[in-house]
Ligand binder design. Structure first.
Ligand code: ADP
Ligand code: MG
Length: 566
């Protein structure tokens, strides 16, 4: 074969290649523009997307603005106001610094940049597309900057082919924006899609208020604050992690910031995992936000074109700081796992007239429990009631069972759904079908999983624009609720398996999880008793579908030990 001659690429091709690294899909545009707004000191940022960003993306801020005579230069490649000399590369305090954001966006779509500084009487606007950069024209505008990007990838149809549906692209944008908002609680964020407001996050003083807005109303109670950093520590860690038992089925909820930058970092994930240690259940992940402040010269942010990855100069120190902060916070919340071997100085007054419920019968032979204890011969099991409206206490002549009501009910539901799966009569039609409103992201996941859901007995049909009607649910077990939105959120999370047995099992487990009794829910003794009966009739009563234990055993021997009798 004849070697081909080596040629110098032309400027337009070089620009396309470089832009391709930075702008991969609509969310990349949003990221570059929002980071510019944050660097400009904005206190309010609005993102307005049409057709998942394919028709247009607009980002408006109230930041410092760009002077009219600088507007054109903002589009030049490697033109930035954030870096003076190479040595500054190791003292980066801003999110941008490569001077590539606007140039790359203009290479990928048609940009209209309007800006006004606080001092200027009038704003100015520049249009740029590909290599063409227009001249600034004076125009009335509020202080701050607005960038509108239209016809993304019109010049590179191959790239456009790679885009997913408008829903899917929009859900990436929404996910990115709500994540970065977690690290900037003092800035308000608003997101609109196709002219409609999707969500707004007002500025708040406390990070946990923002966390609650993004992670949901339960977040405040289920999160614990990381301990305050030592005075003078070079690496400062703040943030919140979820307490044991409030974990999630995926890692999506683990968010890291380094000096204000939203990053993905295997090193930080590993440190988090090390700190979670024995608190984490198999296949479940605590969620929360870890915010690191490190000296700018101790972190290299210039290792990735989109700056999503960073490298630490003193990696071990950072690792230990994160691990220790997470471990300390979780240890403080640790429930007592063993029978305490101390005498109670105060025993709560015993009330007379305990109710003892109607009763389940233990299976002839309960197989070995997780802790390695055996239950003795079959005998009567009594239900004593709930602790914290979360754990059911039951007992037989040999000792106590403590049952996690949610985990137990999940197991019961999972096996029932599994058993009825695919049978035409598997679903239990609802007399009064409920109507649920779904977000675009949820609706996308619904469409992707429609067949599998029907197979499992969940029948949903469109009912108006964002509304869907739940026609039928899986039969074979007592449902407490059905949280379709929650099911779809879990199924849509980024590291969820997309096909195969893992996907199917997860689908069933997720349906189970969102249809059963929760922690902190009162149950009558009758209900507790029925749940116990159902649980021990399961094929695998000892773990929930996620692998967590459903029950613990405290037998007479361990009680004797705790009381100093053994
Ligand atoms: P970088 O952010 O790496 O500096 P960009 O191409 O994203 O590169 O932006 C170039 C320059 O344009 C910035 O350095 C900044 O001076 C200016 N700029 C861009 N967006 C904004 C904005 N929203 N508000 C104020 N200035 C901006
Ligand atoms: Mg930038």
């Amino acid at each position: 074969m004849q070697p081909r001659p080596i040629r110098q690429l032309d400027a337009a091709t070089i620009a396309q290649i470089a832009a391709g690294e930075v702008i991969e899909r609509p969310v990349s545009v949003v990221k570059e523009l929002v980071e510019n707004s944050l660097d400009a000191g904005a206190t309010a940022i609005a993102v307005d997307v049409v057709d998942g960003g394919r028709i247009s993306i607009a980002v408006t801020d109230d930041g410092a603005g760009i002077a009219r005579d600088q507007l054109t230069r903002a589009f030049a490649r490697h033109a930035t106001s954030k870096l003076d000399a190479a040595e500054d590369l190791f003292a980066i305090r801003t999110l941008g610094f490569r001077g590539e954001g606007l140039a790359s966006i203009a290479a990928a779509g048609a940009v209209e940049l309007t800006s006004r500084t606080a001092e200027a009487q009038l704003g100015a606007r520049v249009e740029a597309h590909g290599a063409r950069i227009g001249d600034p024209v004076a125009i009335a505008a509020p202080p701050g900057t607005k960038a509108v990007v239209r016809d993304l990838f019109a010049l590179t149809p191959a790239r456009r082919e790679f885009l997913k549906s408008a829903r899917a692209e929009f859900s990436r944008i929404s996910a990115f924006l709500s994540r970065i908002a977690l690290g900037w609680p003092a800035v308000s964020f608003a997101l609109r899609h196709d002219g409609k407001e999707v969500w707004t996050l007002p500025a708040v003083r406390n990070a946990v208020d923002r966390l609650e807005m993004v992670f949901g109303r339960d977040a405040r109670g289920s999160l614990t604050e990381l301990p305050a950093a030592r005075d003078g520590a070079l690496t400062r860690v703040t943030g919140y992690v979820s307490k044991p038992g409030n974990d999630r089925p995926t890692r999506d909820g683990q968010v890291f910031f380094v000096n204000g930058r939203l990053v993905r970092s295997p090193a930080l994930s590993a440190a988090w995992l090390a700190g979670t240690g024995s608190f984490a259940m198999t296949g479940r992940y605590p969620y929360g936000v870890v915010v690191l402040e490190v000296p700018p010269d101790a972190v290299d942010v210039n290792v990735h074109p989109t700056k999503i990855e960073v490298r630490f100069a003193r990696g071990n120190e950072v690792f230990d700081a994160v691990r220790l902060a997470v471990a300390t916070a979780l240890r403080a919340t640790e429930p007592v796992r063993q029978v305490p071997a101390v005498a109670f100085s105060q025993i709560p007054e015993l009330r007379s007239g305990h109710y003892i419920a109607g009763v389940g019968h233990a299976a002839q032979e309960l197989p070995e429990l997780r802790s390695g204890h055996y239950v003795g011969t079959a005998n009567e099991v009594r239900i004593y009631g709930q602790i914290d409206q979360t754990f059911i206490v039951a007992g037989d002549a040999g000792g106590l069972f403590i049952i996690d009501q949610h985990a137990a009910h999940e197991r019961v539901a999972y096996e029932a759904i599994l058993g009825h799966e695919g049978q035409s009569e598997s679903g239990a039609p609802l007399l009064f079908p409920t109507v649920v409103e779904l977000t675009d992201a949820q609706a996308t996941v619904l469409h992707e999983n429609l067949d599998a859901l029907v197979h499992a007995g969940v029948v949903v049909e469109p009912f108006g624009e964002r509304a869907f009607r739940l026609r039928s649910l899986p039969g074979g077990y007592e449902k407490r609720r059905f949280d379709l939105a929650g099911v779809l959120d879990d199924l849509g999370s980024e590291d969820a398996p997309r096909e195969g047995v893992a996907h199917r099992n997860r689908l069933l487990a997720t349906i189970a999880c969102h249809s059963v009794v929760r922690a902190h829910e009162p149950l009558s003794l009758q209900e507790q008793s029925v749940l116990y009966d159902r649980l021990i009739a399961c094929d695998d009563p000892h773990t929930c579908p996620h692998g967590r234990p459903t029950m613990l055993r405290i037998d007479a021997a361990s009680l004797a030990k705790a009381f100093g009798r053994a």
